[in-house]
Design a protein around this ligand. Structure first.
Ligand code: FCB
Length: 454
């Protein structure tokens, strides 16, 4: 069958990773601004103060997007750029809001659809000091912030994602502490955060639907962890589903179902309450109604997966297969597992019945500028081919909305700083120059032929 005519080919970035403009035009600080300045927090002492400087160079970047032929650009809003303390009661920073309005105009003028993520990890520092996601007011703060964006941008923005990868900002930011705000909290507090984040999502959806000036689509972009069944047998497929969705220990906040079931199905996965025990937050029926809002697509941020098979003893569960010696991997050492783009859509669609939009997928690579001034990245071309061929197969069985490559350009990769290059556009952080890599040219062909060249 192949990709539909209206299939949306895009690229993604996130505000803190590409914008820079650290103290520009009245912007407030966020937890990444603070933590990246703490020695040792980010590899090589890197920070996002300048990064790709998209805040000043967005016109140049949109021009490159047009050259590639992108149909969509997924970006996020830096909350404290718009609301310096994060709280609308303390005032809106008009210049910050204007930046996003200008970016949206520039995209639309070039035929590129803006896909806006409300929150991609850069939490306002002032709200963090008031307790951040632990504060029972935090869903309200998020709702008010969303309303500001909707009021100003929904006459032009018609695709929204509420939260990017809650699994990461909750666990890496508040449990292992390797991401901002760098906390290591016990489970009871993590579960409070879990509740507030879910409520924030729900309230944001309600707000977008209520105040949007144009019909719009809403989704969210979780870490969509995929496991690949070893064979097509019913037993191995069940094993993959068990691994992706079953709650079988108190360590549940990375599981797909703990986030997506309440959001999409309106109920918590079996076992969640029991395994959480006394740490289970006080969810009311009203909470669940707020959290369970209709969505238009299922956002998949997926990069890698395990292969699993059924247990030999026939009990429910799964066994993870050892990777083959010398397995293919990317520079950040994530294994290359293209089949996640077949099995992910199939298994998520089966459970959640929402059309699939890949909101992130891509690879980091040891890219460098060659003597000829070009950046040759055959590995990334190979990666894209392999993953997209699997995704194309999924189009025979599941409704697919689009594919968003991560990332449009090399950028600040969180705790790894500038050591990982995920872009199809090369960023020279010293000169600020951008160079289209070979993979950008390949992706342009994919877009032009709507995947026929795969
Ligand atoms: C995802 C994040 C994104 C980027 C990629 C490589 O987990 O959402 O910001 O860091 O990984």
């Amino acid at each position: 069958m192949g990709f539909s005519k209206d299939f949306v080919w895009g690229c993604a970035t996130a505000s803190y990773q590409v914008e820079g403009g650290y103290l520009d035009d009245g912007k407030g600080l966020n937890v990444w601004d603070i933590c990246s300045h703490v020695p040792g927090f980010v590899r090589d002492g890197n920070n996002g103060d300048v990064t790709c400087d998209q805040y000043h160079k967005f016109k140049e970047d949109v021009k490159l997007m047009k050259e590639i032929g992108l149909k969509s650009y997924r970006f996020s809003v830096n909350w404290a750029r718009v609301l310096p303390t994060g709280d609308v009661k303390d005032g809106i920073n008009e210049a910050g809001l204007q930046y996003y309005s200008d970016l949206v105009d520039e995209l639309l003028a070039n035929g590129i659809e803006p896909y806006l993520t409300v929150f991609h990890w850069d939490y306002p520092n002032e709200l963090f000091k008031r307790g951040g996601w632990l504060n029972p007011e935090s869903p309200k703060w998020f709702e008010n912030y969303t309303k500001v964006l909707v009021d100003r941008l929904s006459d032009r923005v018609t695709h929204w994602m509420t939260l990017n990868e809650p699994q990461c900002f909750v666990n890496l930011g508040h449990d292992t502490g390797v991401h901002a705000p760098g906390l290591k909290l016990p489970m009871v507090y993590l579960m409070e955060i879990y509740r507030n984040v879910l409520l924030a999502h729900g309230h944001a959806c309600i707000t977008i639907r209520k105040y949007t000036k144009k019909p719009c689509e809403i989704g969210f972009a979780p870490v969509a962890g995929v496991d690949i069944p070893y064979t097509d047998s019913k037993e191995d497929i069940e094993a993959a589903k068990f691994s992706m969705f079953a709650i079988d220990s108190p360590d549940m906040l990375w599981k797909n179902s703990i986030w997506m079931d309440p959001i999409v199905l309106g109920k918590f996965p079996e076992g969640a309450k029991e395994y959480a025990g006394e740490c289970w937050p006080n969810f009311t029926d009203e909470d669940l109604k707020i959290i369970h809002q209709p969505l238009d697509f299922f956002g998949m941020n997926s990069y890698q997966g395990n292969t699993v098979k059924h247990r030999e003893d026939g009990k429910p569960g799964f066994e993870v297969l050892k990777r083959e010696d010398g397995y293919d991997h990317t520079a950040i050492r994530w294994p290359i597992t293209p089949k996640i783009l077949y099995w992910g859509p199939v298994l998520f669609y089966e459970r959640y019945k929402l059309p699939i939009l890949v909101t992130e997928n891509g690879m980091s690579n040891y890219d460098l500028v060659s003597e000829d001034g070009c950046v040759h990245d055959p590995q990334r071309i190979e990666f894209l081919k392999r993953y997209l061929r699997e995704f194309k197969k999924a189009s025979d069985v599941v409704p697919l909305k689009g594919y968003t490559q991560w990332s449009f350009m090399d950028n600040f990769e969180w705790a790894e700083g500038y050591n990982e290059r995920f872009g199809i556009v090369y960023t020279d952080y010293v000169t600020g120059n951008r160079i289209l890599k070979d993979s950008a040219k390949f992706y342009a062909e994919v877009i032009k032929t709507n995947g026929e060249n795969l």
